[in-house]
Design a protein around this ligand. Structure first.
Ligand code: SF4
Length: 450
């Protein structure tokens, strides 16, 4: 496309779409209505994200072209969309529009995600395909099944009052809420208004699952409207609130990137680094042996040296037994992706730490430039990386082996001054820091062979 050229998008669907739904299913009407809404808004396809849930509703991804589509796990589509939009609002240009396609089954499974998205007021539009039960899996009762509704799990009729999801979303702070029927002629208008609304919006579209609705409840389009009326559910646009700040915007205002280092709780930079590229470290040991707190001290020292750092921890469900694991990212530039594809350094300080690394394939991917620091009682890794083996646990009395191993890595790699790490330990632990500093010092003074 030439710069400045205006191209009208006449459809966001693939050419000659083959709808995968049963004949007469409301999903087809909803997808057509969503497409018409997008055409009305003329959004750039690359600024549109459609996030789908599990169920027949999740077959929609393949029907759209050019837009981003994300197919997620059951009930979690809203949570994925919230993450997507916050990343866009806080880290990127803030142009994205995210639409969630979810069924009433998924809404029930992921109810708290809807609640939270409405509370946060993130710019996500949820189109809830409510056919009043789980369609794809055989017509089971959902939290939105009407009273008296026959499903394959409530053969004598549902006796549990259904959730009024629209009322619930309003009480959670949603700014735009509508309940429509999939057959409503003005549905594209309402969906386009919801997408254009600069905050959380929910459109509940009541529709027929033709595979089970007519068979179990003699449902027709007319009967569907009677069922909705019997529940006392209002229809139409139910709420159109004045815009309140969406979470992404509020977050950016509270934590402007240029002011982060000047805020009261920021860590002053007192040391200088010479790092020119991102570095990823893995520390693997046992619970209760200060693996994660030592990694945090390392990150703190990196920040004190003017670097950016991230830390991701892992441990079993139990907090005091089994392995303890940390991934540390250090970079001279802001870190926008916290994953470590290939570690630059690995510190292994116990049998638990060794065992947990076996299932993660971290050692297999090390380059010859990487370094492994390992307690000498453990097996030597088969790796291209430089391996430094020494009695870490004996020298650092076991529970401080991770802290000492990180100190040794810092000395050998020269990522940033060792003094920064020692200062982080002293300032964090005060009088208790002596044990840490002694453990680090003892290991640093031990002869190293590799
Ligand atoms: S099973 Fe029901 S919800 Fe699924 S495609 Fe068929 S009619 Fe639609």
């Amino acid at each position: 496309m030439e710069t400045g050229e205006v191209v009208t998008c006449t459809s966001y669907l693939v050419d000659e779409p083959q709808f995968p739904y049963c004949k007469g299913c409301g999903h087809g009407q909803l997808i057509r209505a969503l497409d018409a809404a997008l055409v009305k808004l003329q959004l750039n396809p690359s600024d549109v994200d459609i996030t789908t849930d599990i169920g027949c509703v999740g077959l929609a991804d393949a029907l759209f072209k050019s837009v981003h589509t994300v197919h997620t796990t059951h009930g979690r589509s809203t949570a994925f969309a919230v993450g997507t939009i916050l990343a866009d609002r806080i880290l990127a240009e803030g142009k994205l529009k995210t639409v969630v396609l979810i069924g009433d089954g998924g809404a029930m499974i992921g109810l708290v995600h809807l609640v939270h998205a409405a509370q946060l007021n993130v710019d996500v539009t949820v189109i809830l395909h409510n056919n009043l039960f789980f369609g794809m899996t055989g017509g089971q009762n959902s939290a939105l099944s009407p009273l008296g509704f026959i499903t394959t799990t409530t053969r004598r009729g549902n006796i549990v009052p259904p959730l009024d999801i629209c009322q619930m979303m309003q009480s959670c702070g949603a700014g735009f809420v509508a309940r429509k029927f999939a057959t409503d002629h003005d549905l594209p208008e309402v969906i386009s208004e919801a997408i254009a609304y600069p905050g959380f919006a929910l459109v509940e579209a009541v529709e027929l699952c033709t595979a089970f609705g007519p068979r179990l409840n003699e449902l027709t389009g007319k009967r569907l409207k009677e069922v909705v009326a019997q529940q006392g559910w209002s229809t139409g646009v139910l709420v159109r609130r004045e815009q309140r700040a969406d979470f992404g915007q509020a977050y950016k205002e509270k934590y402007p990137r240029t002011e982060v280092q000047a805020s009261d709780d920021s860590i002053p930079i007192r040391f200088q680094h010479t790092l020119t590229r991102p570095v990823g470290l893995v520390v693997s040991g046992s619970a209760g042996e200060r693996v994660q707190s030592s990694a945090r001290l390392f990150c703190q020292a990196a920040v004190m040296s003017g670097l950016y750092s991230t830390q991701k921890n892992d441990n079993p469900v139990t907090q005091g037994t089994g392995f303890s694991f940390s991934e540390v990212g250090i970079s001279p530039e802001p870190i926008l992706y916290t994953g470590i594809e290939q570690a630059d350094g690995v510190i292994i300080v116990s049998e638990d730490g060794w065992q947990t690394l076996q299932g993660r394939r971290i050692l297999d991917r090390l380059s010859p430039e990487a370094m492994v620091i390992i307690d000498s009682t453990l097996p030597q890794p088969q790796s291209a990386a430089r391996c430094v083996s020494l009695p870490l646990r004996r020298l650092a009395s076991g529970k401080l082996a991770a802290a000492a191993g990180l100190g040794l890595y810092l000395k050998l790699s020269g990522l940033f001054p060792l003094e920064a790490y020692q200062a982080a330990i002293s300032e964090t632990y005060g009088e208790q820091a002596a044990d840490y500093l002694k453990a680090v010092d003892t290991v640093l003074n031990h002869p190293v062979s590799s």
